[in-house]
Design a protein around this ligand. Sequence first.
Ligand SMILES: Cc1ncc(COP(=O)(O)O)c(CN[C@@H]2CONC2=O)c1O
Length: 282
Amino acid sequence: EFALLNGSIIERSEAKVDVEDRGYQFGDGVYEVIRIYNGKMFTATEHLKRFFKSAESIGISIPFTNLQLKEMLQELLIKNNLETGNIYMQVTRGTAPRNHLFPTENVVPTLVAYTIKGVRPLDGLKSGVKAILTEDIRWLRCDIKSLNLLGNLLAKQKASEQGCFEAIQHRGQDVTEGSSSNIFIVKDGTVITHESNHLILKGITRDVILDLCTKNNIPVQERSFTLVEIESAEEAFLSSTTAEVMPVIEIDGKKINSGIPGPLTRKLQDLFKLEIEKQCGV
Ligand SMILES: Cc1ncc(COP(=O)(O)O)c(CN[C@@H]2CONC2=O)c1O
């Protein structure tokens, strides 16, 4: 097993960072999770573009070009012979004596990437998953895919302790997104999801789904929706790189569509699978 550390592909067991790395001490960095199907990166371009955008948002300049990074990830995939799973990639502001202030002398950002084997979540995709509702206690730059995931972790842990897959977060009456997913509902045959702003991550999977809706004449609205709307939704589903189009069949113990994934969710699952086949040939 190999890992990418600062431009070199080395033994995974040798890939270490210093105790004063700012990612380790402050969560001062950004990350991406890229899905691999049939040994190929799915939506690699979109993930890499967002990775550079997130880094730029917090003033980290990644010491590689987009193309160099893509080629290094490609090499890592081949060396690890990964068929199905994920690449995890992150960049931090680097290692420097602990200080809230950015390092002054030329401290090089720390870039890490490694691969994780993982099959598609077929059971969840078929039967759907349960979710809880929880107040969104995160900061107000959720559009930056930062390493500051404590709010996300606490929400996900709370869901898990209640036997649920995801925590659907809300600010007051307005639903925002899952702890590691975007959330969609279907109402009067229209697919609705929170508009892309500072309160949610602009998910790559979310974007693929919106594009599929448009291309297939499925009515779609990007707007915030309320707790009342999600509880009375005809259908609900999550989206993320790892969860794909994941039906939600129960929220806070209340069944959605009598606990059966709805027809529009099924249609979008089929369309999403075709997109995977188109890009990764499987
Ligand atoms: C807070 C949050 N919202 C939405 C998403 C969905 O975005 P993508 O469609 O681009 O994946 C993620 C994905 N988080 C990554 C994806 O898988 N695991 C993660 O931590 C996320 O962490």
